[in-house]
Design a protein around this ligand. Structure first.
Ligand SMILES: *[C@@H]1O[C@H](CO)[C@@H](O)[C@H](O)[C@H]1NC(C)=O
Ligand SMILES: *[C@@H]1O[C@H](CO)[C@@H](O)[C@H](O)[C@H]1NC(C)=O
Ligand SMILES: *[C@@H]1O[C@H](CO)[C@@H](O)[C@H](O)[C@H]1NC(C)=O
Ligand SMILES: *[C@@H]1O[C@H](CO)[C@@H](O)[C@H](O)[C@H]1NC(C)=O
Ligand SMILES: *[C@@H]1O[C@H](CO)[C@@H](O)[C@H](O)[C@H]1NC(C)=O
Ligand SMILES: *[C@@H]1O[C@H](CO)[C@@H](O)[C@H](O)[C@H]1NC(C)=O
Ligand SMILES: *[C@@H]1O[C@H](CO)[C@@H](O)[C@H](O)[C@H]1NC(C)=O
Length: 355
C-alpha cells in the first residue's frame, strides 16, 4: 500500500516536472543574438486593447528593463542600466507589437528576458534569451626578436587561440596564451610563439576563434625574402581572392592599396611605385630604391578569415653589410701592414745583431 502510494506521488511529481518543462518550452525561449554596442530588438507581440507592457531581465534578478502603459513609454520605471536605452516602437504598438529596442547593447545585457503584456483579452508572458557577441575584428601579429606575437582585443565570449604550422610539424607549442577581461567584460587575448633557427622554413598560423567568427593570421615562410630590384613582383597567398578584400601594407602599418583585385585604391604616397596588381593579388612595384626596403604584407579577408602573408624585401647589396665589409677590409689591411712592418723591424734588428 505504502509503496504504491509513494509510486503515485513520484509519478505525480514527474508529471508536474514534464508539464512545467513543456509549459516553458511551449511559451518560447526565442534566441536573439546581437552585436556588442549595436541596437537590438527583443521581439514580443500581443492581442487585445489597452495594453500594459513590462519587460524584465529575469536572469539579472528580474531587473525592470522597460514599461509601457497609459498609452506611453514609462522610462522612469527602468533600472539604471536600461535608462535611456530602452524604448518601444510607438507606431507599431497599436498593431500588437510589444517589442523593445535596446540601444548600444553591453555584455551585461546578455541573459533571459520576460515580456509581460496585459490587455482586455488577458495576460501573457513570453521569454527571450539574448546572446551578445563582440566579434573578432582584427588580429594583430608581430614578428619579434626570436618569435611571433599574436593578439586581439575586445572579444566576447571568451575566445580561443591556436597555433599551427604548414606543413604540419611535430613542434610542440608552449602555452603562452594569456586572456584578460576588461571593465566592459570583453576579453583581450595574446600569445607568444618562440621560434628556433630551424623553424624558419615553416608557415605559421595563429587562429583566434569565438562562437561568432574566426580570424587567422598566416605568416608565410619567413626565410624567403626577395631581393630589391628596380622592379619587383611580390606574391600574395591566394584564397578566394576574387571576392575578398585585399590590403597591401608596408612595414605592417602604411597602407599601399586597399580594395578588391578588380576595384582598389592606391594611396597617394605609393602611386608612383605601384605598377600593377595581378588577378592573383600579387603586387608589382617599380622605381624602387632603398627607401622601399622593408616588410610587405598582403592581407586577404573574407567574412570568416583573414590571411596575412608577410614578405621581407631587402636591398640588393645589404647597405650596412657593405659598410661592415669595407671596414673589415681596412682592418685586415691594417693588420697585414702592421705585421709586415713588425717583421721588417724584427728582421732589421736581427740582421744588425748578427753583424
Ligand atoms: C539605434 O537606435 C537609436 C534610437 O532609436 C537611433 O537613433 C540610432 O540611429 C540607432 N543606431 C543604429 C546603428 O541603428
Ligand atoms: C515590431 O516592430 C519592429 C520595428 O518596426 C520590427 O523590427 C519587429 O519585427 C516588429 N515585431 C513584431 C513581433 O511584429
Ligand atoms: C593556455 O592558457 C590559457 C590562459 O592561461 C588558458 O585559458 C588555456 O585554456 C590554455 N590552453 C591550453 C591548450 O592549455
Ligand atoms: C585590452 O586591450 C585594450 C586595447 O588595447 C586596452 O586598452 C586595455 O587596457 C586592455 N585591457 C586589459 C585588461 O588588458
Ligand atoms: C607555405 O604556404 C604556401 C602557400 O600555402 C605554400 O605554397 C608553401 O609551400 C608553404 N611553405 C612551406 C615551407 O610549407
Ligand atoms: C579599406 O577600404 C574600406 C572600404 O573603402 C574601408 O572601410 C577601410 O577602412 C579601408 N581600410 C584601410 C586599412 O584603409
Ligand atoms: C569601388 O570601390 C569603391 C569604394 O569601396 C566604391 O565606392 C565603388 O562603388 C566601387 N566601384 C565598383 C565599380 O564596384
Amino acid at each position: 500500500m505504502k509503496h504504491s502510494r509513494r509510486m503515485a506521488g513520484i509519478k505525480c511529481v514527474l508529471f508536474l516536472v514534464v508539464l512545467t518543462f513543456q509549459w516553458t518550452f511551449v511559451r518560447g525561449n526565442t534566441e536573439v543574438s546581437c552585436v556588442y554596442m549595436e541596437n537590438c530588438t527583443l521581439p514580443c507581440s500581443y492581442e487585445g486593447a489597452d495594453v500594459v507592457i513590462h519587460w524584465h531581465q529575469v536572469s539579472a534578478g528580474n531587473l525592470p528593463v522597460h514599461s509601457f502603459f497609459h498609452n506611453q513609454d514609462q522610462p522612469e520605471n527602468s533600472a539604471q542600466r536600461f535608462r535611456g536605452r530602452a524604448s518601444t516602437f510607438k507606431d507599431q504598438i497599436s498593431r500588437g507589437n510589444a517589442s523593445v529596442l535596446l540601444t548600444g547593447v553591453k555584455v551585461q545585457d546578455e541573459g533571459r528576458y520576460k515580456c509581460y503584456t496585459s490587455t482586455t483579452n488577458g495576460n501573457k508572458e513570453s521569454f527571450i534569451n539574448l546572446k551578445i557577441d563582440a566579434p573578432i575584428h582584427k588580429v594583430d601579429f608581430e614578428r619579434v626578436e626570436n618569435g611571433i606575437t599574436c593578439r586581439s582585443e575586445g572579444i566576447y565570449p571568451k575566445p580561443e587561440l591556436t597555433w599551427s604550422t604548414s606543413p604540419p610539424s611535430s613542434l610542440t607549442f608552449k602555452n603562452t596564451t594569456t586572456v584578460q577581461q576588461t571593465e566592459q567584460q570583453l576579453y583581450n587575448i595574446s600569445s607568444y610563439l618562440i621560434l628556433s633557427g630551424s623553424d624558419h622554413d615553416l608557415n605559421f598560423s595563429c587562429a583566434i576563434s569565438t562562437r561568432r567568427n574566426r580570424k587567422s593570421v598566416t605568416l608565410l615562410k619567413m626565410s624567403s625574402q626577395d631581393v630589391l630590384e628596380h622592379e619587383n613582383t611580390i606574391p600574395c597567398r591566394p584564397s578566394n581572392i576574387q571576392l575578398s578584400n585585399l590590403i597591401w601594407r608596408f612595414n605592417n602599418k602604411e597602407v599601399i592599396l586597399n580594395g578588391t583585385v578588380t576595384n582598389y585604391t592606391v594611396s597617394e604616397k605609393w602611386k608612383q611605385h605601384v605598377k600593377k596588381l595581378s588577378e592573383s593579388g600579387s603586387l608589382t612595384l617599380q622605381d624602387i630604391s632603398a627607401d622601399q626596403e622593408g616588410t610587405y604584407t598582403c592581407e586577404v579577408s573574407d567574412a570568416e578569415e583573414t590571411t596575412i602573408s608577410l614578405r621581407p624585401l631587402r636591398t640588393h647589396k645589404g647597405f650596412s653589410g657593405a659598410i661592415i665589409k669595407a671596414i673589415l677590409r681596412w682592418v685586415i689591411k691594417a693588420i697585414v701592414f702592421a705585421a709586415a712592418a713588425g717583421c721588417f723591424m724584427l728582421c732589421k734588428k736581427m740582421c744588425r745583431r748578427r753583424k
